[in-house]
Each structure stands twice: as structure tokens, then as C-alpha cells.
Design a protein around this ligand. Structure first.
Ligand SMILES: Nc1nc2c(c(=O)[nH]1)N[C@@H](CNc1ccc(C(=O)N[C@@H](CCC(=O)O)C(=O)O)cc1)CN2
Ligand SMILES: O=CNCC(=O)N[C@@H]1O[C@H](COP(=O)(O)O)[C@@H](O)[C@H]1O
Length: 203
């Protein structure tokens, strides 16, 4: 069984999709055992608690340096024997110590079809505002591996979503979450946890 940690910052609807998928038996090789939030007021923490998942708040601003923050996150993952990390609406940069300790074992969900509308400053509604401003007819979501480049890691899954006339950023965000993010993130976690399980059994 692959031990999974989900890192969050906000509402946690992607965490909820993962918890629901696990409860429905759709992630047979993985178990979400920890939720790490970058801020104590993340509603995602309530979702984790309701599902009986251990929670931890590790916020960048309570550390003297980025290095100390990165080391605290890494220590927490090791203490909990975490094997796969999922960033789900997580809005802090993941540092080198974690990336080096978890090669191709950190996934991120981004609410656009990378390489469009991604990178520094593109998160949450800002992504959908940029898509609407550019006038794209199709947007969507991407699950990618995490490396030191923001949203620059190898792409794992993508799903397109139509932009409709009259869409506002909020309406588009909701459609992208419902039709794409909440589908491909559980699918990606199912795929990768099964791969890691196979590797473990062969070692
Ligand atoms: N290594 C690495 N870390 C990552 C990603 C990655 O692919 N690689 N994907 C990230 C998701 N994308 C981001 C990256 C930066 C910001 C961002 O700019 N945050 C503001 C704070 C935003 C807020 O708290 O409201 C900041 O100043 O740090 C938000 C989402 C999460 N961390
Ligand atoms: O690279 C990704 N950037 C981070 C990002 O923009 N994540 C987005 O935040 C929204 C809320 O997530 P929730 O907290 O409801 O799961 C959701 O649309 C995520 O795709």
C-alpha cells in the first residue's frame, strides 16, 4: 500500500475528489495518510479531519529561511513514511530537498493545459482570467510531475474543457474543476501508486 500525502492551501476540492475516489475503491494501491497545509485556515483541513486523515500545518512564514521550511516539510514526510506526494491547490513552492528526496513522486494539478497559462503568478482564478483574456475556446487541466521549475515538470495527464460564451472566471473555474481536475487527479494518483507498488514488489 503506497502511503500518500496531499499538500493543500485552500478549499480542498481536489483533496475531496481524492478522498472520495479512495473511499469508492478507485485508488486500490494507495492510501491518503497525511494532509499538509501551508496555512491554518485552509478549509481543506476540515475535509481531511472529516475523513479521519492526519493533518499538519507547515507555513513558510513561521520559518526563518526557505531552507528551514523545506527541511521541516521533508522531515514531516519522512516521519510519516510518505511514498507519494500530491500538490492539490498548494500555493507554496516545493524546494529542492523535497524534489531530490522524491524523484518522480510529487504530482501537481494545474487548472490549464500546460504550457498555456502556467508558471509564476498563474494560480487559482488568475489562470482562468488569463484564458478568458486571451480568448481561447478550449482550456482544461494538467497533472504533471513536480520539478524545480514552476509547472515545468513532465506532463502525466491532461483533459480539455470548452470555454463557453459569457463565461466568467468563476464559472470557468468551476467547470474546469468538475469536468477535468476532479477526474484526472484521482486517475493520475491511481496510475502512479500502482506503478510504485509494482516497483516496491520487484525490489
Ligand atoms: N517546485 C515546484 N513547486 C510547486 C509547483 C511546481 O511546479 N514546482 N507547482 C506549484 C503550484 N503553482 C504555484 C506556484 C507559485 C504560486 C505563487 O506565486 N504563490 C504565491 C502565494 C500565493 C498565495 O498564497 O495566495 C507566492 O508568493 O508564493 C502559486 C502556485 C506548487 N509548488
Ligand atoms: O500549479 C497549480 N497552481 C495551483 C492552483 O492554481 N491550483 C488550483 O487551485 C484551485 C483550488 O483548488 P482546491 O483547493 O479546491 O483543490 C483548483 O482549481 C486548483 O487547480
Amino acid at each position: 500500500m503506497i502511503r500518500i500525502a496531499v499538500m493543500v492551501s485552500g478549499g480542498g476540492t481536489n483533496l475531496q475528489a481524492l478522498l472520495d475516489a479512495e473511499a469508492a475503491g478507485k485508488i486500490p494501491a494507495g492510501k491518503i495518510v497525511l494532509t499538509v497545509a501551508s496555512r491554518g485556515d485552509a478549509y481543506a483541513l476540515k475535509r481531511a479531519e472529516a475523513a479521519g486523515v492526519k493533518t499538519k500545518v507547515i507555513s513558510r512564514k513561521s520559518f526563518a529561511s526557505t531552507e528551514d521550511f523545506d527541511q521541516a516539510v521533508l522531515a514531516c514526510m519522512k516521519e510519516n513514511q510518505i511514498e507519494l506526494i500530491v500538490l492539490a491547490g498548494y500555493l507554496s513552492m516545493v524546494g529542492k530537498p523535497l524534489i531530490d528526496a522524491y524523484p518522480k513522486r510529487i504530482l501537481n494539478i494545474h487548472p490549464s493545459l500546460i504550457p498555456s497559462f502556467c508558471g509564476k503568478g498563474f494560480y487559482g482564478l488568475k489562470v482562468h482570467e488569463a484564458a478568458l483574456a486571451r480568448g481561447v475556446k478550449v482550456t482544461g487541466a494538467t497533472v504533471h510531475y513536480v520539478n524545480e521549475i514552476t509547472d515545468g515538470g513532465e506532463i502525466l495527464l491532461q483533459k480539455p474543457v470548452n470555454v463557453l460564451p459569457g463565461d466568467t472566471p468563476e464559472v470557468l473555474q468551476q467547470r474546469v474543476m468538475e469536468e477535468a481536475e476532479w477526474q484526472i487527479l484521482p486517475e493520475a494518483v491511481k496510475m502512479v501508486s500502482e506503478e510504485l507498488e509494482k516497483e516496491k514488489n520487484h525490489d
